[in-house]
Ligand binder design. Sequence first.
Ligand code: 8YV
Length: 326
Amino acid sequence: MTIFSTREIPEAGIRLLQDKGIKVVQWHEKRELTQQELIDNSKKVQGIILSGRIKADAEFLQECSHLKVISLFSAGFDNIDVAEATKLGIPIGHTPDVLSKATADTAFLLLLATSRKAFYHHRRIVNGDWDFFEPNANLGIDIHGKTLGIFGLGNIGFEMAKLCKNAYGMNIIYHNRSTNERAEKELGAQKVSFEELLSQSDVLSVHANLSAGVQGIFNADAFSAMKPTAIFINTARGQMHNEQDLKHALEKGIIWGAGLDVTNPEPMDKDNPLLYMPNVAVLPHIGSYVYETRDAMALLAAQNCIAGLKGEKLPKCVNPEVYNRG
Ligand code: 8YV
């Protein structure tokens, strides 16, 4: 049995696969594969590990319907046509939970960086502008005791809420399809409507999975409904917000600041004005960039492959309905 991986992943995952007698072929080039290259490589193997921005669309899945498993090296699965994979009987594995803390840490980092204009002040030093002390210039916002609104309260949102509650005594509200009883019990979180989330949040942090229903939901209307002192944080997917509307909202003071680990498109252009605004902090999608997390993701991706190749249920499966097809 052979697995093709579209990226070099941590050794821990490779070793686990090899220990089970599975051969691993990795794509070593520092560029994304073309769809044809993905198809050609996938045709030679029984399972694949997909990382990065690469898409598994209906055309790819139909060409490679022989695959026993597609194992994502990510929690997000918006790059996969899951319905088509299910129809074709291909189980999709992913790596949730193991990256929740690291990703929440990134959201928390962006919250502090934005509220204190940290990236901007760093640039002042680099640009030789650390000169005259001005008591009123470029102040930040104190977040102690403020209200954190979480859009999509799953595991990552929970970890972010916990950090903000424990560090700053923040009041937690959230908007979610389902009620998060653990967050309500342990953090006193309160479920609110989307409109209430927008109007009441001092900090609004996005943690939902990307789906058609929420794509572009943070648009001009949403930003207008937020407080002029609000900070918008997105560590989920860049397609959740409309970048032009966000830029406009920041320029016009409709909202106060933004911290982004995800952009639309990725990578962000180096001349993008968002990079040079004092109240904005942007990172290049580093949510899970931690040794420990990446090892855990590699192990889980490998475990998903091992189960898939044996025809067993994947430990973390995006489309468990694939097992009920009769
Ligand atoms: C990855 C992510 O860095 O898990 C996710 O959904 O966005 C990140 O952990 C990225 O998707 C690499 O595959």
